[in-house]
Design a protein around this ligand. Structure first.
Ligand code: HEC
Length: 128
């Protein structure tokens, strides 16, 4: 009798600790990704602070001056701006993973990165 009670207590405390540790773990990840306290800040998006990095880390290895996959070079502001303002860039980025034309091929950009790209393009894709 005593041992069943102890077992129940241990099971319960195990469950409780799982319940309490899971949400804190998730919010830690969001902090890592977007910086502490901010969800996804698209208000202050700039080419130099945001867009350059997003394209540099996700696109430029295949789209640069030496290796322009699909004939597209995404190195530097002017090239990125041309593709952005023509609509081609977001067309590929917004396609679902199941679409063979979706970019980047290995998986979609995060929601936040897509929102930042849209916000920047809506401003006319400036070199700011
Ligand atoms: C692993 C390599 C790779 C990465 C990374 C990659 N692409 Fe591509 N991309 C390609 C290839 C190959 C093509 C040509 C085949 C096709 O059209 O799908 C292409 C084609 C394109 C085209 C069409 C070209 C045109 O002028 O019609 C656009 C736009 C594009 N990519 C944008 C992007 C963007 C934006 C990213 C980053 C978010 C990206 N790509 C990341 C390989 C890549």
């Amino acid at each position: 009798m005593r041992s069943t009670l102890l077992l129940k207590f241990l099971t319960l405390s195990g469950l409780v600790s799982i319940l309490f540790s899971a949400p804190s773990c998730t919010s830690d990840n969001i902090d890592d990704k977007y910086g502490p306290g901010s969800a996804c800040d698209t208000a202050a998006v700039t080419f130099s602070q945001d867009i350059k990095t997003i394209i540099g880390q996700n696109c430029e290895m295949c789209h640069n001056g030496n290796s322009a996959s699909g004939g597209l070079n995404l190195a530097g502001h002017e090239n990125i701006q041309n593709s952005a303002l023509s609509g081609a860039l977001m067309d590929r980025v917004e396609r679902p993973m199941s679409d063979p034309l979706s970019m980047p091929p290995a998986g979609p950009l995060s929601d936040c990165d897509q929102k930042k790209l849209m916000a920047w393009i809506n401003q006319g894709a400036p070199n700011n």
